[in-house]
Design a protein around this ligand. Sequence first.
Ligand code: C2E
Ligand code: MG
Ligand code: MG
Ligand code: MG
Length: 282
Amino acid sequence: HADTAMYLAKERGKNNYQFYDAQLMGVSTRKMQLEHAMRRAMQQEQFTLQYQPQVELGKGELVGIEALLRWHHPELGYISPMEFIPLAEETGLIVPLGRWVLEQACRQNKAWQDAGYRAVPIAVNVSVRQMKEEDFVAMVQEVLQQTGLEACYLELEITESIMQKKERSAGILNQLRKAGIRLSIDDFGTGYSSLSILKYLPVDTIKIDKSFIDDIADPGDQGVMVKTMIDMGMNLKFRVIAEGIELQGQADFLLRHGCRIGQGYLYSRPLTARELELYMQK
Ligand code: C2E
Ligand code: MG
Ligand code: MG
Ligand code: MG
């Protein structure tokens, strides 16, 4: 937006710098509005979770569930996590919000198990900002205890940005793993130091980012990155998951090259808890 505005301003002459200012204001006003609204949103129960199935690519069998945060504001409408999570990280609100997500996801997964659905792990996204908290590991264990969910049915998704503090991060991840919690690297391949990261981080699973799955049909790429990541992941004994699978051709390609688990609109969009129950009944 700002770039376009600047361009227009240059094109039309000096007076239009006013327009440029207004555009900038627009961005920061929205940001302030959202920051303010987010603080109330927790008390007013505007946040919910959706659940996306992770499936065995060949049979379509459910092997896991990813919990995804949703925010519906009464006036502003639906706001994407891509927009509000960075703000929540900036303001620190991700700490209480992330705890709420964890509690909700663990409680729901336990309820499904108690209701007789097949037990699968639930994956919860965790921001680096949350892991910077002194008591992060204790907090996670407390939530497991409160909700009664066994540690092996919780998976935490972290991103490569965790590598900013290698030693401390590896320490925390080791503690989580010792507690029996599963760990995965989300959006794998999009951060920095993608390869060396695998030597330091005690994770079980890598999730190949959607952008690489999109490349499978690209004549200039033909999935060469995906093949390489699957190979490397398997050689290093990681579970490999593909995210953002939309086409049968992508699933076929992944299976042919040894990736057996994935998630994406081809199988299911993220669902409400009730919708996932219907999905599991089929
Ligand atoms: P992510 O963890 O990589 O989640 C995958 C995103 O891809 C989700 O977007 C999901 O709805 C979307 N997706 C799944 N399959 C497909 C597909 O086949 N095609 C397309 N086009 N998209 C697909 P969503 O829910 O908008 O979340 C965006 C990001 O926001 C997440 O990316 C994650 O980084 C973050 N996020 C969501 N919930 C939380 C949370 O509770 N805590 C934190 N820290 N971050 C969260
Ligand atoms: Mg994720
Ligand atoms: Mg991802
Ligand atoms: Mg992503």
